[in-house]
Design a protein around this ligand. Sequence first.
Ligand code: MSP
Length: 508
Amino acid sequence: MKQFESFYITTPIYYVNDKPHIGHAYTSLICDVTARFMKLAGKNVKFTTGTDEHGQKIEKAAKVKGIEPKEFTDEISVTFRKLAELMNFDYDDFIRTTEERHEKAVIALWNRLEERGQIYLDSYSGWYSVRDEAFYQESELIDGRAPTGAEVQWIKEESYFFRLSSWQNKLLELYENQPNFIFPESRKNEVVSFVKSGLTDLSISRTSFNWGIKVPGNDKHVIYVWIDALTNYLTSIGFPNIDEEYKKFWTNSFNVHVIGKDILRFHAVYWPAILLAADLSLPKQIAVHGWWLNEGEKISKSLGNVIDPIGLAEEFGVDQLRYFLLREASFGQDGNFSKKNMISRINSELANNIGNLVQRTISFLHKQCFGVVPVVDRNLLKDDESLPNCKAIIDQVMDHLSKYEFNQIILLIINISSKANAYIDRSAPWTLSKTDREHMNLVIYKLLEYIRIIGILLQPIVPKSAEMILDQLQIPKEQRDLQSLCSARVSLGVTLPRPTPIFLRIDA
Ligand code: MSP
């Protein structure tokens, strides 16, 4: 990840048969935070998201509402865009699979596969689940249902097939040669054993419904929704044009797809095989996160325990929600959502620790120095070991980032804040104000430096609040990146505004 100058990160595109929930917010949040850190590190970043709008599931859902599929998808796609805006996701492109540019990309990909002899027409019979948009083998069924619990029906129809089976060895080579292609390792092992158990050719068209992109030259067939959906990752970089944008963000970038564990097979097996077969470059990584559970239980509509991110953001604050989701779950593992935990994290870490540090430092500066940053000899701070070592911090942050360990990055920041709070108590500037004002000035300045470092590091995690912190310190916009963490300092002699509380406590 570190050695590439360009970085391309994608969310899965979301099905529009349902309202956005906490799982969708989480997948996109991971991409947003990673993209923001990469920008802070000075990389060229592209971050895309969007909606997956074709397929039988959507056709059915529109029918139930008595409207045309396009009208239906227009309505729901907007709710995903609104969620992204509300959550402050700084994406560069929002792809809808019903857009013309996307249809062009899908058809071009299909044609490339066909030209290379990778597609043939045959007929298919098997157990099909509309909900999962996937076929299952008899042996995979559990009590007559798909392994996911979805209903299945016996289907026999004419279908185009992709020669997936002939890519088995190449895929195994890929997993072997690029050990981080599937991250984390446990997911990779799952995929390797699936591929080793043998691949059959993949049915890639349907004749049983209409809502989708037609197979070129055969209108009876609609292109399988997963081929359609996966292509979105190419659409946004301008495929079928293989131009500068394509080279910058696809071939020569660290391009990573972030997904939930439920859609692993599509991304880690089918997608690379399709790209290999079409003679196109591959993503560098498929990063797989776990699921959110609600108080320990799987989230589902039928259990009525779906968690609404919009409601939570309104109740606790957008940054507070972002913070909690990143703090509570370890990447790759399931996370347990509980309001009680959320409140306790917000209060103890954001309000009592970081918020309190900013509030007490700047209030004290106003009380003792009329809000003017003391003019101290900054040389005295050069080798001050009580101040955080910025270079080491950046290395640690980038190392955690390459493993999506956001909770470790947060712990690192909290640790800096706890140290600063302990430093206030230890150096007791309120006593120094009466006995040694020069020393007091140095203590205040050091605290402002601690806060500057915390503010810069917090930006990708809680963007609005971090901006307030950095504004409060009057840090110029161009000095808020990771490089400035080491090279810049809080300006001397400037007057800082009176403190406004950054993180409020929540009354349980
Ligand atoms: N449309 C497909 C993806 C096509 S990408 C080429 C799809 N959409 S989805 O809307 O059903 O899911 C999108 C993402 O949300 C997936 O990564 C899924 O793992 C994630 N989540 C859905 N429920 C979730 C939780 N309860 N917790 C965490 N993420 C989960 O699949």
